[in-house]
Structures are given as structure tokens and as C-alpha cells.
Ligand binder design. Structure first.
Ligand code: 5GP
Length: 121
């Protein structure tokens, strides 16, 4: 089983500031926020990376975006706009190997989001 820190958040064995929960999905504030509103939306099923998504997961992976938008709207930040990001593996900057949709809102966000820190080759 692919157990990560997010498994413990799902199991409530470590605390998190939970914004939404149902049988399939959990959303909670990021411990190191990069915007006034920064939360993560995850499937309860432990899928390690975007590369590991199968067609059976398409429904729940799509639901992550829907739940993200609902929460941002509840927080009154939808009209100004926001960003969702899902990092994948080393070059994508992924550090927790349980897929999670980052949701950042509440300030203008630059693009590209940051300078590359890993040199190719
Ligand atoms: P990644 O780098 O994998 O795309 O993002 C992982 C995110 O998980 C980071 O933004 C990090 O701050 C967040 N994170 C890591 N550990 C914890 C934790 O124990 N609790 C919460 N709420 N967020 C965490």
C-alpha cells in the first residue's frame, strides 16, 4: 500500500484543517500556504502520481476540480480567480506521493510559477 502523510490525515491519526470530506475526497489547508487560501484536494484512494491514474479513477480525479471550485466559491474568491496545480514526480516538484490538487487563491499569481531549480542532463 502507498502510505504517505496524507494517509494519516485521511485516517485522522494526524490533524489537518479539513474544508470538505465525503466518501471519496478530502480537502484540507496546506500546512505551508503559498497564498492567502491554499488547500489540497485529494482522493481517499492512494494514487501515487498522475502517471498512476487509470480510467477507473477518472471520475474521482475530475471530482477534485469540482470540489476545489466549490470551496473557493464558499470562501468568496472564485470571481477574482485562482489556480489549481497537480505536481508530478521530481521535475514537477512533487514531494508527497499521493496525488493532490493544490488550490491557490486570494492574490494575483505569477506565471511561470517559479524558476526551474533542477538542471537537465
Ligand atoms: P507537492 O510538493 O507534493 O506538490 O505538495 C505537497 C504539499 O503538501 C506541500 O505544499 C506541503 O506543504 C503539504 N504538506 C506536507 N505535509 C503536510 C501535512 O502534514 N499537513 C498538511 N496540511 N500539508 C502538508
Amino acid at each position: 500500500m502507498n502510505e504517505t502523510i496524507f494517509t494519516h490525515i485521511i485516517n485522522k491519526s494526524i490533524p489537518a484543517d479539513i474544508l470538505y470530506e465525503d466518501d471519496e475526497v478530502l480537502a484540507f489547508r496546506d500546512i505551508n500556504p503559498q497564498a492567502p487560501l491554499h488547500f489540497l484536494v485529494i482522493p481517499k484512494k492512494p494514487i501515487a502520481t498522475i502517471n498512476d491514474i487509470t480510467p477507473a479513477d477518472y471520475q474521482v480525479v475530475g471530482k477534485l476540480s469540482g470540489v476545489a471550485a466549490e470551496i473557493v466559491a464558499q470562501q468568496g474568491m472564485a470571481e477574482q480567480g485562482f489556480r489549481t496545480v497537480m505536481n508530478c514526480n521530481e521535475y514537477g516538484g512533487q514531494t508527497v506521493y499521493h496525488i493532490h490538487l493544490h488550490v491557490l487563491a486570494g492574490k494575483p499569481l505569477g506565471w511561470p510559477p517559479y524558476q526551474a531549480t533542477i538542471k537537465q542532463g
